[in-house]
Design a protein around this ligand. Structure first.
Ligand SMILES: [Mn+2]
Length: 232
């Protein structure tokens, strides 16, 4: 690949202050490729600013914005109205929903644009760097199942089954499970619970609790391994 850095940014969850902080530090340019791992909305106080930022920046040819489980819940809530959509509001969606009600008074088309954007989000991004396969997705992969046969539910929601039992050859970079919640993992020293974790089985977890009081938003360059974090 022709890019100098392959960057991934983890969960954002409506923290535009922390997003700006980390994004300013990385000094993103056309020489970089950037993958956003999803969960732009919910739990923060500037959820739609974060979603709008993702909508704008992903128009660049060197940016991919993936789908997170929070975008999926939001889509279900507004579009299908099915009983499963009821989980969105108690999972932080009530903040996004309240913002949406306000925004649509000024810009009645925004809801439709947002839902169209979410509906087009891919579940994963695969690339090869020096013949090493890399897979980026929001939550993870079901162990023993090929990439083509992964379900949306696995890629958006999986937790322990993935990080305890994944044994594939691809490097996998995910968000979804905040590093402070991972707990003690054998063979992994967690110096700082709000710092990305690389597990022995090729998984890198970069959701560093963006919405938590001491949390951060993190970015990693998978080529060099360099990490940038927002100020708290
Ligand atoms: Mn999340």
């Amino acid at each position: 690949m022709k890019y100098e850095r392959i960057l991934a940014i983890g969960d954002i969850h409506g923290r535009f202050d922390r997003l700006s902080s980390v994004f300013n530090k990385i000094k993103f340019s056309s020489k970089d490729f950037l993958i956003l791992l999803g969960d732009y909305v919910d739990r923060g106080n500037e959820n739609l600013h974060c979603l709008q930022w993702a909508m704008r920046i992903s128009k660049l040819p060197n940016v991919i914005a993936l789908r997170g489980n929070h975008e999926q819940m939001m889509l279900y809530y507004y579009v299908t109205g099915s009983s499963s959509s009821a989980i969105w509001l108690p999972n932080g969606g009530r903040y996004t929903r309240a913002e949406m009600d306000e925004w649509c008074k000024r810009d009645p088309d925004f809801l439709e644009e947002a839902l169209k954007f979410i509906d087009r989000r891919p579940y994963y991004y695969q690339t090869f760097i020096d013949e090493q396969e890399y897979i980026f997705c929001h939550a993870g992969l079901k162990p023993g199942v090929s990439l083509q046969n992964q379900t949306a539910d696995s890629m958006l929601w999986i937790r322990e089954e993935f990080y305890n039992y994944y044994d594939g050859t691809a490097e996998v970079v995910v968000g979804h499970t905040p590093t402070p919640y991972i707990g003690k993992i054998e063979g992994v020293s967690v110096k700082d619970i709000y710092y990305p974790v690389r597990l022995p089985n090729r998984i890198t977890m970069i959701d560093t609790g963006s919405f938590l009081p001491q949390g951060r938003i993190s970015c990693i360059d998978v080529i060099s391994g360099q990490i940038w974090q927002s100020d708290c």
